[in-house]
Design a protein around this ligand. Structure first.
Ligand code: ADP
Length: 502
């Protein structure tokens, strides 16, 4: 009957000893009150003091024990009353006895009700321990007031370790935005959700998907914040690895695309080198005359410099494409991306006797993207188009590349279109073009378009292919324009990216 609470609140020997001592004190107190009530000549409701016995006993006993103590106190009150007033039950004495019994009864019942409410709250709190997520409650000053078992397991601190400590300091929380902005949103909507990086007791970092909800009292005052944290460290790692693999794959495809261009690029570099030699020889001749023709010599040297620049630019573009680096998202001009590609494609166009028709709008809103990856997409589309046009007579082969502002989109967008007048693809086969390993070429791998799609989607855009009205295919790469705040310093960023690319 007694001690069950003691067993719950701590089964240690020290706790049990404390319980026994407390119960002994309860008995002594009750006996003292009984003696005073029975032997004292005072006309007072001394038995009301049994209320103290009941309140004190409530610290050590369970429900039944409390009922027993309450009943015993009422019994002692009635015994004293009977002993003191046997044969003379006066009105005043009877009233005093009644008041005492009522006080003891009400106190016992209130304590029982409070005990019941506490028990049900504890049961609800225990339910939170069943969750695998870390759940804790912080008061408005960020002090931890509740810490569930999931939090113990995730972070390594026990409930006792954390109660009363500052959550953000203890967990060294790194927030995805300014703390004040997060708190403002929490105050406004009552909720917040985002990713946090926190530090466990052993010093390792954990990434969590965190959901916060404000707890308010009936008058709307902020009592605390319930924080539920789901461990997504593994998921994040897997995502990072996937991203790595995609970057690597994009790089491999880029290099293999360059392989297709090797012959024409070698020619593209060789041509200015040959021109440099010719101009150099001419220059020597102008200078070797009895009266050196300085003006002609000057012109030939200028031509040599221009040719050397061109060769070095081609090499620089190639090196940028071959470089294996993490995508770097900066403000990029879509027309400039196309121009960068054209330099590498010129010889290939000539070899396949394809005429290039460029329509590059000036002053396009910049898009946020990786210059090299976007070039990879354009080169892939252009090479596909050039190769497809081998199937039609040489006179009619035209590759049209345009970079334009998209008018009908909800948000400002830019489109790069690559159109050919080759044989095209049957309508029903178009979706398959973007799946990996779909190819109709003898030496094709079939991942160019699928990589292009993942690159474009990683830029928040979309790529589509359709049969052109005049025959052939038209591929469109739609890219969202950079948000106005991303535009800040766009020119500088674009310049930097151009520099990096060269
Ligand atoms: P690959 O070039 O290695 O075949 P891609 O993913 O770049 O891989 O292209 C997949 C296929 O899509 C090509 O094999 C070709 O059949 C088709 N294709 C792509 N672009 C065109 C085009 N402009 N005209 C006709 N067919 C095309």
């Amino acid at each position: 009957m007694f001690g069950r609470r003691g067993a719950i609140s701590g089964g240690s020997a020290a706790a049990r000893r404390g319980n026994r001592l407390g119960l002994a004190l309860v008995a002594v107190l009750a006996a003292t009150i009984f003696l005073i009530d029975t032997l004292s000549p005072l006309d007072m409701a001394i038995a009301v003091l049994y209320v103290v016995v009941v309140l004190f006993a409530a610290e050590f006993v369970e429900r039944q024990g409390l009922l027993f103590v309450g009943g015993a106190c009422i019994g002692l009150t009635l015994v004293s009353y009977t002993i003191m007033h046997v044969g003379d039950y006066g009105f005043a004495a009877t009233m005093r006895c009644t008041v005492s019994v009522a006080a003891i009864t009400v106190t016992t019942l209130l304590l029982l009700r409070d005990r019941e409410a506490t028990r049900s709250l504890r049961e609800q709190a225990d339910l939170l321990d069943l969750s695998h997520d870390a759940i804790f409650v912080r008061d408005p000053k960020d002090t931890i007031t509740y810490w569930n078992r999931g939090a113990e397991q995730l972070y390594g601190w026990t409930r006792q370790d954390t109660l009363g400590r500052q959550a953000a300091v203890l967990l060294k929380t790194a927030f995805p935005a300014r703390r004040e902005a997060i708190m403002a949103e929490l105050q406004r909507t009552g909720h917040w959700e985002g990713e946090l990086v926190q530090t466990r007791r052993d010093g390792t970092e954990v990434v969590t998907l965190s959901r916060w909800s404000i707890q308010r009292d009936a008058r709307g005052r902020w009592l605390g914040t319930l924080e539920t944290n789901h461990d997504i460290t593994e998921r994040k790692r897997a995502e990072a690895e996937l991203h790595r693999a995609q970057v690597d794959l994009a790089h491999v495809t880029r290099v293999s695309t360059m392989g297709e261009l090797t012959a024409s690029i070698a020619h593209e570099v060789n041509q200015p080198l040959a021109a440099i030699v010719t101009n150099g020889e001419a220059c020597l001749r102008w200078l070797g005359r009895p009266v050196p023709d300085i003006a002609e010599a000057d012109a030939t040297v200028k031509r040599m410099i221009a040719n050397a620049r061109r060769a070095s630019e081609v090499v620089a573009r190639l090196r940028a494409l071959a470089r294996r680096s993490d995508p770097e998202h900066v403000a990029v001009d879509a027309s400039e991306v196309v121009e960068d590609c054209v330099m590498l494609l010129e010889r290939e166009l000539a070899n396949h006797r394809v005429r290039l028709d460029l329509a590059l709008e000036r002053g396009l809103p910049p898009v946020r993207g990786d210059r090299v990856q976007l070039q990879q997409v354009v080169i892939n589309l252009a090479l596909n188009a050039i190769q497809a046009m081998d199937a039609v007579p040489a006179e009619g082969r035209v590759l049209r590349i345009a970079a334009v502002r998209m008018a009908d989109e909800a948000a400002p967008s830019v489109a790069i279109t690559v159109r050919d007048n080759g044989p095209g693809v049957a309508e029903e086969a178009i979706p398959a073009l973007f799946t990996a390993f779909y190819t109709t070429k003898k030496n094709g791998i079939g991942i160019g378009l699928s990589i292009s799609r993942s690159i474009v989607e990683a830029h928040g855009g979309r790529i589509s292919g359709a049969r052109a009205r005049a025959g052939g295919m038209c591929f469109t790469v739609a890219l969202p324009a950079a948000a106005p705040d991303q535009d800040a310093g766009a020119d500088a960023a674009a310049a930097t990216s151009r520099k990096a690319a060269s």
